[in-house]
Design a protein around this ligand. Structure first.
Ligand code: SAM
Length: 262
């Protein structure tokens, strides 16, 4: 009765993924904290810190969902601007200048809706826009963005190579691609503990907290299907990116991949 990831024919994946995130949208943030015991927050902090955006950056946060990366980006920029202002004359400006901007793009309307509500609650009014878009086929002209981020999104896409080539196309020369995604734990002992946790505990948490076993079963299986660090690095290189590198987080449970359009 559950739809095992491996049994989803390619032509049905997009629809199934849409349904999963439609189902989980309202509980998405709570579930992330419950399943990762808050660790996803630290990974996302590390991710934005590794990007180290400077004021003026035009960012496309693809599969941006409920805005976790976008909010961190805006906060990071604001801190940078305050530092610059303080260095200039000791009076921090506080506001994000309209020059920096993040476009949060996601295929799922429900996820975007939750994100927009969160932005409103936080009093974020400028420097951000929300857009329904498919990462495999973007409506932007080439050379549009300085940076492209995708956090825990690419494994949900049907054609990873298309996502990468679209990222390449919309980035300006010199622009940076960064991906945060679940990856492969190298240490066999840690890996077996992690497998036990994810296969035995996560779907149960999904059932208890969100009354939704299937969606969380899908999430666990999609993580196992995603290519390991080196394979994914090669895929990014095949997409044309240069100086491609990765950094493991928490024994390789997640990894940050980075590449440049030169
Ligand atoms: N980036 C957010 C975060 O880190 O919290 C959300 C990650 S969530 C696990 C995955 C997101 O990918 C969902 O919001 C889903 O709708 C989106 N997604 C799946 N397939 C997509 C596609 N083809 N194009 C754009 N977004 C997609």
């Amino acid at each position: 009765t559950h739809f095992g990831y491996q049994y989803i024919p390619e032509e049905q994946k997009e629809k199934k993924v849409y349904e999963v995130f439609e189902n989980v949208a309202s509980k998405y943030d709570l579930m992330n904290d419950a399943m990762s015991t808050g660790v996803h927050r630290l990974w996302k902090d590390s991710f934005v810190k590794a990007l180290a955006p400077s004021p003026g950056t035009q960012l496309l946060d693809m599969a941006g969902g409920t805005g976790d990366i976008a909010f961190r980006f805006l906060k990071y920029i604001k801190t940078q601007e305050e530092k610059i202002a303080a260095a200039r004359q000791g009076t921090p400006e506080g506001e994000v200048t309209p020059m920096s901007h993040v476009t949060v793009a996601d295929i799922n309307k429900e996820m975007l809706k939750v994100g927009e509500m969160r932005a409103e609650k936080r009093g974020i009014k400028s420097g951000i826009s929300w857009l329904q878009a498919n990462a495999e086929n973007l409506q932007f002209p080439e050379n549009t963005f300085d940076a492209y981020t995708i956090a825990f999104g690419i494994r949900n896409c049907t054609h990873i190579d298309k996502v990468i080539s679209e990222a390449y196309r919309v980035l300006k020369p010199g622009g940076r691609f960064m991906c945060l995604e679940f990856s492969r734990v190298g240490n066999p002992i840690i890996r077996s503990l992690y497998d036990l946790y994810s296969f035995q505990v996560i779907p149960v948490l999904g059932q208890v907290l969100a009354r939704d076993w299937k969606s969380y079963q899908y999430l666990v299986e999609s993580i196992r299907q995603f290519p390991d660090q080196d394979t994914f690095k090669r895929m990014i290189q095949d997409g044309g990116f240069k100086a491609v590198s990765f950094e493991n987080l928490t024994f390789g449970v997640a990894a940050i991949h980075s590449g440049f359009k030169i």
